[in-house]
Design a protein around this ligand. Structure first.
Ligand SMILES: Cc1cc2nc3c(=O)[nH]c(=O)nc-3n(C[C@H](O)[C@H](O)[C@H](O)COP(=O)(O)OP(=O)(O)OC[C@H]3O[C@@H](n4cnc5c(N)ncnc54)[C@H](O)[C@@H]3O)c2cc1C
Length: 395
């Protein structure tokens, strides 16, 4: 059991109650029809959670990574799809504007994002560059008017896999502003800007209540005021956001795993075969015991990463390594536990009568999004081995 503050415990309880009341009744239908829970999004706004990490002075809740991870865990135990859309909004978009935006940008964009009037997302991945994020091709060129004034950028390119892409109002997007791989700048791009369009919603294996799609930019004129930070200086902020994304998305894995353990344990106490509860069979006990221990280990690691983040005890590559370790373990743990829960439920586990099947489909996403398992291993290995880790690629 992690040591949460009273405030954090109360937060977890209220999110748990919200999830039971507003997410549970709808999730099976939303998963089936691949639909976003717009009503629940408004309720999350009423709970004051859309700007969870934004400073109170800027209209947010002024909380940190521990609180945000707790929210993810509680929501995802019921509905991981809606939780993923919430994460894209609150952590990938709102947190980025709250952390890096100018006072004017915060004033212009945060109120509607925090009240739930606007849904946000983040555009980094592209059709040709996923893991190799700096290989992005989207470009933002300066437009200098006849009067010699530079007021806009012209953005061309596309983004893919964007959570909330099909239904979002604005996106925190990265684009190249120079010839070097590292010339990355950030822009707030609104759906209403001429030349901006979205592709159709992807049909996915899991996380089906969270719409995913493409963003297309065709000569989109983005005002200079919408560039966040100095031109060509965004890599650090992009990586830092990936770190908090990896910590908080681990909360989604924890929620899924916890739900699967609860369902499988209950079933093991009820289902009888050979005139015996299946929970009496040692192979079932082993699966449950391993699942429970692995979940607790990942929970301790994840909240340690979150607390370290909140206290600023680790920065730069050390912080990235902690976040990578938490996500690598939690994501694998949740997929395996969901698969084990299906096995414990036998044929019923393979049907949609029990949530474990949906949890398994949702769990798999966390092994891919926000950095695949392989990329996280690369991050950890590089930290351990330094230059030695890259010897093969140099030879
Ligand atoms: C449902 C969903 C939601 C998403 N939401 C967003 C979002 O909101 N915003 C956003 O910007 N992106 C989003 N993504 C994109 C996500 O971050 C990428 O899918 C992920 O980074 C992997 O990129 P890729 O899919 O292009 O795979 P690739 O990078 O093409 O990888 C293919 C395979 O090669 C492996 N691989 C690649 N490089 C290496 C290496 N160096 N060493 C070893 N193995 C390697 C990978 O691990 C993987 O197994 C989302 C994705 C999904 C599926």
């Amino acid at each position: 059991m992690w040591y949460f503050t009273e405030e954090e415990k109360m937060l977890a309880e209220s999110v748990r109650a919200f999830a039971e009341q507003h997410l549970a009744p709808k999730i099976e239908q939303l998963d089936e029809t691949e639909t976003f829970n717009a009503e629940a999004f408004q309720k999350i706004a009423e709970l004051g959670l859309l700007g969870i990490t934004v400073a109170e002075a800027d209209g947010g809740a002024g909380m940190g990574a521990v609180a945000a991870t707790l929210v993810m865990e509680e929501m995802a135990a019921v509905d991981a799809g809606t939780t993923l859309s919430y994460l894209a909004h609150a952590i990938l978009c709102v947190n980025q504007i709250g952390t890096n935006g100018s006072p004017e940008q915060k004033k212009k964009y945060l109120p509607k994002l925090i009240s739930g009037e606007h849904l946000g997302g983040m555009g980094m991945s592209e059709p040709g560059s996923g893991s190799d994020a700096l290989g992005m091709l989207t470009r933002a060129e300066k437009i200098v008017g006849a009067d010699g004034k530079f007021t806009h950028y012209k953005v061309n390119g596309s983004k893919t896999w964007i959570t909330n892409g099909p239904n979002g109002h604005l996106f925190y997007c990265y684009a190249k502003t120079g010839p070097d791989k590292k010339d990355v700048s950030s822009f707030i791009i609104e759906k209403s800007m001429p030349g901006f369009s979205t592709g159709k919603k992807f049909k996915k294996m899991g996380m089906r209540a969270s719409p995913t799609g493409e963003l297309w930019f065709s000569d989109v004129q983005v005002p200079v005021e919408n560039r966040v930070g100095a031109e060509g200086s965004s890599i650090k902020a992009m990586m830092k956001n990936l770190d908090i994304e990896r910590i908080t998305i681990s909360g989604i894995s924890l929620g899924i795993a916890r739900a699967c353990i609860e369902i499988a344990t209950k079933y093991s106490k009820e289902r009888k075969q050979f005139n015996t509860h299946i929970g009496a069979f040692q192979q079932i006990q082993e699966r449950l015991a391993e699942a429970s221990a692995w979940y607790e280990a990942c929970r301790a690691l994840t909240y340690q990463a979150a607390k370290t983040w909140d206290l600023g005890l680790m920065v730069g590559k050390e912080a990235s390594m902690m976040a990578a370790k938490a996500k690598l373990q939690s994501a694998q743990m949740a997929t395996q536990i969901a698969l084990d829960a299906i096995q414990i439920l036998g044929g019923y586990g393979y049907t949609r009568e029990f949530a474990v099947e949906r949890h398994m489909r949702d769990a798999k996403l966390v092994e891919i999004g926000a950095g695949t398992n392989e990329i996280l291993r690369v991050i950890i290995a590089r930290h351990l081995l330094g230059d030695v880790a890259d010897e093969l690629t140099r030879s």
